[in-house]
Write a protein that binds this ligand. Structure first.
Ligand SMILES: [Zn+2]
Length: 294
């Protein structure tokens, strides 16, 4: 009896449990409008998220684009600077040659496809005629530097200076067939080359050239002269000048010339030869003389 009663209770309990389970699994009835609203909300939330995402993406893309534009603008700004640099002409000049170092100087110039102007001494031309010929053959300009390179002899009189230049001119022509009028007086035009000297030389058609960058290669060690030239070139170009570099035809200068030429090449300088038709550059002699041709 008791057993039967217990069984009944368990059955009832089980039935209740089954109902409860069914009820809990039944989907909650939501009115159609409620359902739509909640879905709309979901959609709205989703849309907001999507819009937010898109906006973020667009913003970051715009940022990237702006960065890119800036970069391009900067690059465009840099380009003309680069172009300007390629237009800067520099004149390399070597005095006192030819010498036993000329071949090394010419090899280095050739290696960098650079051109120079050589102001040569008459006895040196006679000693190294093949170097003179090679200079001309390889497109360099040739000029005269007199015969004695002796201050007392060259500047002794107008006629003495003129004769030295004429002798050099004749020897060069004899060796190479080239007749030049380019000259550089020993030690530069100031202070020795006064008005009367200039008139005499000018009347013979000579074009006198000084320099505005002194390498001091006769005085400084080989690597010091290169740095000395570079700093002067930078300063001069900054001030709008065209560098005319004085160097000497000698071994020490030749051994470090490639360092100078690498610098010039990397910074967009163009080497050029002095042209006879160009207006000569002379030191300012502050009323003690005047420029040839004026
Ligand atoms: Zn000299």
């Amino acid at each position: 009896m008791l057993k039967e009663y217990r069984l009944q209770i368990i059955c009832v309990f089980l039935i209740i449990l089954v109902f409860l389970l069914i009820d809990s699994n039944k989907p909650k009835t939501v009115s159609s409008s409620d359902y739509e609203t909640s879905n709309e909300k979901l959609i709205e939330v989703d849309l907001e998220n999507v819009i937010e995402e898109v906006e973020k993406k667009t913003a970051s893309e715009n940022e990237k684009k702006a960065e890119q534009d800036n970069k391009t603008a900067n690059e465009n700004e840099k380009e003309p600077e680069q172009d300007n640099k390629t237009e800067i002409t520099v004149y390399l000049t070597f005095d006192d040659g030819p010498s036993s170092a000329s071949h090394e100087i010419l090899d280095t110039l050739q290696q960098f496809n650079a051109k120079a102007t050589f102001f040569m001494l008459e006895p040196a031309m006679r000693a190294y005629p093949d170097m003179v010929k090679r200079m001309i053959k390889e497109g360099h300009a040739v000029g005269l530097h007199g015969v004695t390179h002796d201050r007392d002899k060259f500047y002794q009189s107008e006629q003495a200076a003129l004769n030295e230049m004429r002798t050099g001119q004749a020897t060069l022509e004899q060796i190479s067939g080239v007749r030049t009028h380019l000259i550089r007086s020993p030690f530069g035009s100031v202070p020795y080359l006064t008005d009367s000297f200039r008139t005499v030389l000018e009347n013979d058609g000579f074009k006198l050239w000084d320099w505005n960058v002194d390498s001091s290669d006769w005085n400084l060690s080989a690597d010091e002269y290169v740095q000395h030239v570079i700093s002067q070139v930078e300063e001069l170009v900054q001030a709008g000048g065209t560098p005319i570099i004085l160097m000497h035809d000698r071994g020490e200068t030749a051994s470090h010339l490639s360092i100078l030429l690498s610098y010039l090449q990397e910074h967009g300088y163009q080497t050029s030869v002095i042209d006879e038709s160009a207006e000569p550059y002379n030191f300012n002699c502050y009323n003690r003389c005047y420029r040839i041709g004026k």
